[in-house]
Design a protein around this ligand. Structure first.
Ligand SMILES: [Zn+2]
Length: 139
């Protein structure tokens, strides 16, 4: 694909930053906007990825998030879901006969986390009881 110089009309390669004939810069704004949109789409995917391994990915993305408050919040939620999973597993492990329920409940918590992450990725917010309130006040 070629694009045309806004100043002299010379056809240029699509990825050219400056016109090959007159040296005029191609609109920085369009490029910067595209980059920003890409970066935003990328960080939205992180919102989902943070939930993949609850505690582990939550922790990793919490460290990556830095100034990104939304990613930090979802990472913290993923961590807390992981903590809930551990608590459920430990408690149920001590109860005879229904210990297997721990696996089922933890699987459901994991699926729920993926759902929350997917909604966040799609730009919708799902409030997790208690956990979302905690996350809101700690990021
Ligand atoms: Zn030109």
């Amino acid at each position: 694909m070629t694009k045309y110089c806004p100043k002299c009309g010379e056809p240029n390669p699509d990825d050219a930053l400056y016109c090959i004939k007159c040296g005029a810069p191609f609109t920085q704004a369009a490029g910067a906007q595209q980059q920003q949109a890409q970066a935003q789409a990328q960080s939205r995917i992180f919102l989902f990825l943070a939930y993949i391994l609850t505690l582990i990915t939550g922790f990793i993305f919490y460290l990556i998030a830095k100034d990104d408050k939304e990613l930090k919040k979802h990472s913290l939620q993923a961590i807390l879901l992981g903590v809930v999973q551990i608590i459920v597993a430990v408690i149920l492990a001590f109860i005879p006969f229904i210990g297997f329920l721990g696996g089922i409940i933890n699987f459901l918590i994991w699926v729920y986390g993926l759902y929350v992450g997917y909604e966040a990725y799609s730009g919708r917010e799902v409030r997790i009881p208690v956990i979302s309130d905690f996350a809101d006040t700690h990021v």
